[in-house]
Design a protein. Structure first.
Lengths: 437, 86, 396
């Protein structure tokens, strides 16, 4: 009997890694935090009859992978949250259905935790009704229906286009799509995407759908502030000529790119062999994630002394996707609002409600306070999301305030377990590993 | 097709839900956007949809969990988490 | 009663303080106020050692009877004084601590400790029956008795340090490790760092465990790891905690009270501390280990099982953070404060184990008095470095 390999994350990278490990004869357990596999990209509908349209190649890729996974020996545990690797090297999983904490000592651990969206702060981004673009898209993929009310989509990145087009396909296009980047597709970008024609095809479909719905992205346009008004959201918009206007909507979806989800995944030296796969290693999208899952499987097999074959096709896919993503990202502007223009009241830490004014105050003196002091005294990164939505921005802000003296982001972002908050009631179920005192 | 035939309780109010959907979806459809008092003007709310931001955490049968990851089910007792001390 | 100075009054000069924890920063504040030119050196950042991973108990409740308990009483009064004079702002929160017994064996420990507290002049209230239910019944329904230790409080170590930093008056050299000292005629004349040598007229070592590297022989200071748990915020409907709940086992684990059969290198005492944010700090372990980077599920789960047994409402909260800190412990359980042999102008304040937040400001004040050659406000002869025969290692 072979030792267990644990794969965390039921998206394309995790599913692919699990499948290839199982095919190599290993005992594989795949853990997914949500009720179903698929991840954010391949989120499966609540009701199979209510499915939104996604690019055919995308759904075919997932269907093939999930069908093979079902036929494999991989044990799938849904609603199992990865809580981290504790000091003794044991992997902790929180089983949401039973409310218990489960421990495992796998021979290897593949982390395929995906990406988190970057959303740069602006006044009012903490209001109910304001979500991430991905958050709104996940909800739409699950329900198979467009979100109700008037929706404004803003920020930067290809995800804005995808969400808006999917809404338009359901007959309910956003009232506006604001893309911060002033650039339009240039011949050089098209040239660099020639090797990845699927993206060009996808983008042209999206643009066509939005053109039909009269909701093409407005370039060079961004949101200055959001405020509540009569149960709706009043949004101040700055156009590419620098002029302000206002829109009143029901929802605002924001997005400024993607970051690898790596918080709390530092592995102790006595823990299992750890490999990261997919967007949590490098944000390259779903196609690359499946290839990266194969790479991760290969790394695990090599570590366990199994003979492996080279994966030239996976390597090829990864380099192609890396080039394509670089070309796509060059089109966008993920910088967010210039912090100099943000008022002191702007919330930075959305968990604790800590503001830019409080951050500025900590940096006001000539004393070069460290990132750790800013974290402890300003409580930035100390909330329940553990800095996932503010640490990177706070570190960049500190760096910008101090020429040539960037603080270590790791001082703000947590690197330890628990990866996420874990109910005390789950800890209590953990059997003592030694006789009680 | 079985839709809206079941309800769970949200702060004492029945909220309709369909098979397989999350608590967050059901609350959103019911027009409920404020999921808790939160901290310093940052109310509980649906935001990232993938369990990362922790803004949609509610109490489900006495255990705190992300509304966006938790399946809705008939008879669940869901509550907003009250605010702590200032 | 003031105690005579061991050296003649000094006119204000320059002083180097090694360590920007609560002790070093308090001493820096008072020396700066006394007109000295202060420089604080820290190998990391302010409050990056034990101060930044402490529980914040400004408490007499858990102190070992004897000189430590007496000094703790004075230290709490000193916090009150610093609050009245505005120095600490609102960082000190006065409140009672509740030492709780859950069974007959613990009741014995509780009653013994209560008599020691009373003998030290601490105001206490033994709670049983209706008084117990009224005070902590909602939070800890299974307690059979408790002692309310009055007239103490809470302060977050790193916030006290930040407050003192903001009051200012002295530079802090971050990421600046002191590697040694230069000597002339039996005195330290320079502080050696990787940036060079800076002249100084006096030195205070307040660098916790790091102090050992400057001292000769096998250091009497050893690391004692503590693991702590932070929860998310309790809801408005949660039962109220009038103050921290401390299990009698904590007293035993800390060595403040004896109990048969506790000889392990790791012991777990339980304190459930309601923070101002509505969160709880739950601790803690005492382990003879020096790895501050790791925390164990076993320790955390054991602490949480005990916590929920005492205070069932905690079960509905979540653990949002687990961290570890290293205390600087001495073999006799008392800090080391005073002159160090090997140089005429070297003082030390370390070995506070888990009592640094409580004692820190007062010890900083006493160090200032010693360095200035002023009479010292409290008898700290039992903390003298001479009891371990300490002297400066680099004097050779």
């Amino acid at each position: 009997m072979s030792a267990e390999v644990l794969v965390i994350g039921g998206g394309p990278a995790g599913a692919s890694a699990a499948l290839h490990l199982a095919r190599a004869g290993l005992h594989v357990t795949l853990c997914e935090q949500g009720p179903r596999l698929g991840g954010a990209l391949h989120r499966q509908p609540d009701d199979p009859a209510q499915r939104i349209r996604v690019p055919r190649a995308q759904s075919q890729r997932w269907r093939a992978l999930s069908t093979a996974l079902e036929a494999s020996s991989v044990q799938i545990l849904c609603r199992h949250m990865f809580a981290g690797i504790e000091g003794g090297g044991t992997v902790l999983l929180e089983d949401r259905a039973s409310g218990r904490l489960v421990t495992r000592r796998p021979a290897a651990l593949v982390l395929a935790l995906g990406a988190v969206e970057r959303v740069t702060p602006l006044p009012g981004w903490q209001l109910p009704g304001v979500t991430t673009v991905g958050g709104l898209q996940v909800m739409m993929k699950s329900t198979g229906q467009a979100p109700d009310g008037d929706v404004l989509v803003a920020g930067s990145g290809p995800l804005l286009l995808a969400l808006a087009a999917q809404m338009a396909a359901l007959g309910k296009a956003p009232v506006a799509v604001l893309e911060r980047s002033p650039k339009l597709v240039s011949p050089s970008v098209i040239a660099s995407l020639i090797t990845a024609p699927a993206y060009l095809r996808e983008a042209s479909h999206y643009l066509l759908a939005l053109a039909r719905a009269g909701a093409l992205p407005q370039h060079g346009t961004w949101v200055r502030a959001i405020s509540p008004r009569d149960g709706r959201l009043a949004v101040t918009i700055v156009d590419r000529h620098g002029r302000d206007r206002e829109l009143v909507v029901d929802r605002v979806a924001l997005h400024d790119g993607l970051l690898p989800n790596q918080n709390g995944t530092a592995a102790p030296s006595n823990g299992p062999f750890v490999v990261r796969a997919g967007d949590c290693r490098e944000v390259l999208g779903g196609v690359a994630a499946m290839a990266d899952g194969r790479h991760a499987a290969k790394a695990v097999l090599a570590h366990l002394g199994r003979s492996t074959e080279a994966e030239p096709s996976a390597t090829r896919v990864l380099s192609r996707e890396r080039r394509a993503q670089a070309a796509i990202n060059a089109l966008y502007d993920y910088s967010g609002a210039d912090p100099a223009w943000l008022p002191d009241e702007t919330v930075i830490c959305r968990c604790e409600g800590r503001t830019l004014g409080q951050l500025r105050d900590l940096l006001a003196s000539s004393d070069p306070v460290s990132a750790r002091e800013i974290k402890l005294n300003g409580r930035f990164g100390m909330g329940a999301c553990q800095g996932r939505f503010c640490a990177e921005w706070v570190a960049a802000f500190i760096a910008a305030q101090r020429d040539g003296e960037p603080p270590a982001v790791s001082e703000i972002i947590g690197s330890r377990w628990p990866v996420k908050p874990v109910p005390i009631s789950a800890f209590v179920t953990l059997p003592p590993s030694r006789p009680s005192e | 097709m079985t839709r809206f035939h079941q309800t769970f309780s949200f702060d004492g109010t029945p909220v309709a839900c369909t098979d397989n959907e999350t608590i967050a979806s059901a609350l959103d459809r019911a027009g409920i956007r404020v999921l808790g008092p939160g901290q310093n003007d940052c109310a509980g709310r649906y935001f990232c949809g993938i369990g990362a931001c922790q803004a949609c955490v509610v109490s489900v049968d006495g255990t705190r969990m992300e509304a966006c990851l938790t399946p809705a089910r008939a008879g669940l007792f869901v509550q907003r988490i009250g605010s702590g001390a200032s | 009663m003031p105690h005579p100075a061991s050296s003649p009054p000094q006119s204000p000069r320059s002083v180097a303080i090694v360590g920007a924890g609560i002790v070093g920063m308090s001493a820096a504040h008072f020396l700066s106020r006394a007109g000295w030119q202060v420089t604080v050196y820290d190998a990391g950042a302010p409050a990056s050692g034990a101060t930044g991973s402490a529980d914040g108990a400004v408490s007499i409740a858990s102190k070992k009877p004897g000189p430590l308990m007496t000094l703790a009483v004075a230290a709490v009064r000193f916090y009150e004084h610093l609050t009245e004079t505005g120095i600490l702002g609102d960082e000190y929160l006065p409140r009672s601590t509740f030492v709780v017994a859950s069974d007959q064996e613990e009741l014995g420990v509780l009653e013994r400790h209560a008599s020691h507290l009373e003998a030290s002049g601490v105001s206490i209230r033994l709670l049983k029956g209706a008084a117990l239910t009224g005070a902590i019944g909602a939070a800890a329904p299974s307690a059979i008795a408790a002692v309310e230790v009055q007239g103490e409080g809470h302060a977050v170590g790193y916030r006290v340090v930040e407050r003192l930093r903001r009051l200012g008056g002295f530079p802090i050299r971050r990421n600046c490790r002191v590697s040694g000292f230069n000597f002339s005629k039996g005195r330290i004349v320079g502080v050696v760092t990787e940036d060079g040598v800076e002249p100084t007229d006096a030195v205070l070592l307040a660098t916790g465990l790091g102090s050992a590297s400057f001292l000769s022989g096998l250091g009497p200071i050893r690391p004692r790891k503590g693991q702590l748990i932070v929860t998310d915020r309790a809801g408005a409907d949660a039962p109220s905690f009038p103050g921290p709940l401390m299990s009698c086992r904590y007293l035993v684990s800390k060595g403040s009270q004896a109990a048969p059969g506790v000889t392990e290198s790791r012991s777990l005492g339980l304190v459930i501390d309601p923070l101002r944010t509505g969160q709880f700090l739950i601790g803690g372990s005492r382990e003879d280990r020096d790895d501050r980077e790791t925390t164990d599920a076993d320790v955390v789960a054991t602490l949480l099982r005990d916590a929920v047994e005492l205070a069932p409402s905690l079960a509905q909260l979540r653990v949002i953070r687990v961290f570890a800190g290293l205390r600087a412990a001495t073999s006799d359980g008392l800090p080391i404060v005073g002159r160090v042999g090997g140089a005429e102008n070297l003082w030390i304040a370390t070995g506070f184990e888990g009592d640094g937040i409580c004692l820190g400001p007062l010890m900083g004040r006493l160090c200032q008095q010693m360095i200035c050659g002023e009479p010292v406000a409290h008898d700290i002869s039992s903390l003298d470095a001479a009891r371990f025969g300490l002297s400066l290692a680099t004097a050779a």
